[in-house]
Design a protein around this ligand. Structure first.
Ligand SMILES: [Zn+2]
Length: 144
């Protein structure tokens, strides 16, 4: 029988956004977006509007749903990880509930943690497929 090597799947090209791509991305947002963002964070008391995780808190998830607990104080992400806990630092971002970036009415905006935002935002998934899911992280790595 003739040996056929399995075709190697092409590894995804790691790339960062060009300046013009960034411009396109930001142009989707309201010109006063940074102010709107701050107001929404304040309204939501700097907590995820859905699961309640506070901004910049170190938490770990206790189940497949949105339950979470604070990571023990003084225990770092890597240390907890070695025991099988995935500790996340909460970074709140503003989501458009109806997925329409032109609809910046306050009731259409919500501060969401990473998990809730990903669960919500299917368009973001499409974006990730297009640009690579960690393009920001890759950019940081390349800058080192
Ligand atoms: Zn959340």
């Amino acid at each position: 029988m003739k040996y056929e090597p399995t075709k190697l799947t092409k590894t995804k090209e790691i790339r960062t956004m060009t300046k013009s791509e960034e411009a396109v991305m930001y142009s989707e947002y309201h010109p006063k977006w940074s102010l709107i963002r701050r107001l929404i964070l304040k309204r939501d008391k700097y907590c995820c509007a859905w699961c309640g995780a506070p901004q910049y808190a170190f938490i770990y998830r206790t189940g497949k749903n949105e339950d979470w607990e604070y990571a023990p104080e003084g225990h770092m992400v890597d240390e907890m990880h070695s025991f099988g806990y995935k500790v996340t630092k909460i970074i709140l971002t503003i989501a458009h509930i109806d997925h329409n970036k032109d609809n910046n009415r306050f009731e259409n905006l919500a501060s969401l943690c990473q998990r809730c935002h990903l669960n919500h935002d299917r368009k973001q998934h499409a974006f990730n497929r297009k640009y690579g899911r960690n393009w920001k992280r890759n950019q940081t790595k390349l800058d080192l």
